[in-house]
Design a protein around this ligand. Structure first.
Ligand code: ZN
Length: 172
């Protein structure tokens, strides 16, 4: 398995605007919810940067969220981008935001397959969250469709999640 450097591109790296309000999570996350953005695939940084700006703008101005909804986003080249980040309540899964972390894969996974690099990045991010106490040690990884009425995160990404779960059981 290829390795994840642990590096997360901070908000300043994609020129995020400041959130209107930032609500801290009171407990470590019990659930990690995987989403897809259902937008264009991101194989190069320029695709990702324009998509991040687009999503934040859409979430804040069309949906009325206080910030980009997700805690993290992962591009096809395996780069992890900070959304709301660690310890902040997101807006990505109704009724589950206060005890979950939302991670969105950038692309539409009804059509495309998640790349090995992006799945490795997810695995690395989950390991980091586990080791640094952002998640409960017995946290569960689910797809958005497991907790809401939606196709998200797309068939191909959803089918890839059991393997990621399996890998998390093995010691680092
Ligand atoms: Zn979703």
């Amino acid at each position: 398995m290829c390795c994840f450097s642990g590096h997360v591109v901070p908000r300043s790296g994609w020129k995020a605007v400041n959130p209107r309000i930032r609500t801290e999570m009171k407990v470590p996350a019990q659930t990690v919810i995987v989403h897809h953005t259902a937008l264009w695939s991101c194989v190069q940084p320029c695709d990702s940067l324009s998509q991040l700006v687009h999503i934040q703008n859409m979430h804040m101005h069309e949906r009325g969220f206080d910030d980009i909804g997700y805690n993290f986003l992962i591009s096809g080249d395996g780069t992890v981008y900070e959304g709301r980040g660690w310890g902040v309540v997101g807006a990505h899964a109704k009724e589950h935001n206060f005890d979950s972390v939302g991670i969105a894969f950038m692309g539409n996974f009804n059509d495309e397959m998640p790349t090995c690099a992006s799945l490795t990045a997810l695995h690395g991010l989950l390991r980091f969250g586990q080791l640094s106490g952002h998640f409960r040690h017995d946290f569960v990884l689910v797809g958005h469709r497991d907790v809401g009425k939606t196709e998200c995160p797309g068939e191909h990404l959803y089918s890839a999640l059991p393997k990621v779960k399996e890998q998390l059981k093995t010691p680092y």
